[in-house]
Design a protein around this ligand. Structure first.
Ligand code: PLP
Length: 400
């Protein structure tokens, strides 16, 4: 029977569920470390001042209208976006081997890439274990075969480097390898530059296809070039590859859904062909991307004064987060909390994989009104000078 009564209820999204629990908690000192969005030191969302300036300019621009964007997106945005990730002087861009397509933020870029790979590259995709939970959902829905490489070593609370190299070496020739170029979600652990070079060597020797999901450029270290160095190194090494971009975190454009998907190909012609396929996929799914966020990002990226201001505001965000790592570490040291906590300061980006287990996570929720995901991941952005001590004390209590 086709009745809607027979449609099963889909399980709630774990993160959205956590936010609902947090909202329902009436404790005035509750702490939300679940959400993957920047918060200022008062725990409030932050509209970047440079974004407000760009919005003013757009509002008064007589050439702005509400027409559809071209299927590949706003060209002033996609051109600038490619330069941002590959570098303004990138030879690959000069040689026109880069194709860039505007997407519905980073998630949309992953999905277009997934649909494209499912049609045009018959190979399994290797994702890190653990990874951003939506990777599995996206690649499964697109019909790709998912395999995993170990990424997190619970013993060292760091990168499982030897294991991931082994997996890449034993993967079938020509596999797709999904990599987080900076600020790995959920662990906050990134390979060193030396390790990236070794990864590149192994991928090259096996003819694997790198796919970089870049959701945090500039947000990780505060330096846009530094956060792009793995991607740029792989381009220098001559790989064909895909690179996503999201302006959710680094411009705070979360709800505007602003992002891009890039291909680096061997020739201009094959870059064009890839983008033509993305246009075809998007046309049948949602037609064209939304224009507002892309206009904001384009304005910031193409105006030297605004761009300069943006680089400062990126530092405001990333340094506040780095500072919270230091504070948390300091309080745990002061409390003499059992275990080693160096990983809190060694990790980078929005998230820290604390190593806390499910029991401890539940106790934090129930006894201390602290909300974090079941895998022990905390969003550093949820910490501030007003709550970091309280959080450290709660962690201290649950690990004893
Ligand atoms: N990829 C990774 C690894 C992420 O962490 C995120 C956001 O949390 C995204 C992609 C996509 O985010 P958005 O669709 O908001 O750009």
């Amino acid at each position: 029977d086709n009745s809607l009564q027979n449609v099963p209820l889909a399980p709630p999204d774990a993160i959205l569920n956590l936010s609902a629990l947090y909202k329902a908690d009436t404790d005035p000192h509750k702490i939300n470390l679940g959400v993957g969005a920047y918060r200022d030191n008062d725990g409030k969302p932050w509209i970047l001042p440079v974004v407000k300036k760009a919005e003013e300019l757009i509002l008064h621009d007589p050439n702005v209208d509400h027409e559809y964007l071209p299927t590949a997106g706003l060209q002033s945005f996609t051109d600038a976006s490619a330069k941002l990730i590959f570098g303004a002087d990138s030879p690959a861009i000069k040689e026109k081997r880069v194709g860039t397509f505007q997407t519905i933020s980073g998630t949309g870029a992953c999905r277009i890439a997934a649909d494209f790979l499912a049609r045009h590259r018959k190979a399994p995709i290797y994702i890190s274990n653990p990874s951003w939970a939506n990777h599995q959902a996206i690649f499964t829905d697109a019909g790709l075969e998912i395999k995993y490489y170990q990424y997190w070593d619970p013993q060292t609370r760091g990168l499982a480097f030897a294991s991931l190299i082994e997996t890449f070496k034993s993967a079938p020739e020509g596999s797709i390898i999904l990599l987080h170029p900076c600020a790995h979600n959920p662990t906050g652990v990134d390979p060193t530059f030396e390790q990236w070079k070794i990864i590149a060597d192994v991928l090259k020797s096996k003819n694997h296809f790198p796919f970089f999901d870049c959701a945090y450029q500039g947000f990780a270290s505060g330096d846009l070039d530094r956060d792009a160095q793995a991607v740029r190194y792989f381009v220098e090494q001559g790989f064909e590859m895909l690179v996503t971009q999201s302006f959710a975190k680094n411009m705070g454009l979360y709800g505007e859904r602003c992002g891009a998907l890039n291909v680096v190909a061997k020739t201009e012609e094959s870059a064009k062909k890839a983008v033509s396929q993305w246009c075809k996929i998007s046309r049948a799914a949602y037609s064209t991307a939304p224009s507002y966020g892309a206009r904001i990002a384009s304005t910031v990226l193409n105006n030297p004064e605004l761009y300069q201001q943006w680089t400062e505001e990126l530092k405001t965000m990333s340094y506040r987060i780095i500072n919270m790592r230091d504070e948390l570490f300091k309080h745990l040291q002061e409390l003499g909390t059992p275990g080693t906590w160096n990983h809190v300061v060694d990790q980078i980006g929005m998230f820290s994989y604390t190593g806390l287990n499910l029991n401890q996570v539940n106790t934090l929720k129930e006894k201390f009104h602290v909300y974090l995901t079941d895998n022990g991941r905390i969003s550093m952005a949820g910490l501030n000078t007003g709550n970091v001590r309280k959080f450290a004390e709660a962690v201290d209590w649950v690990v004893r």
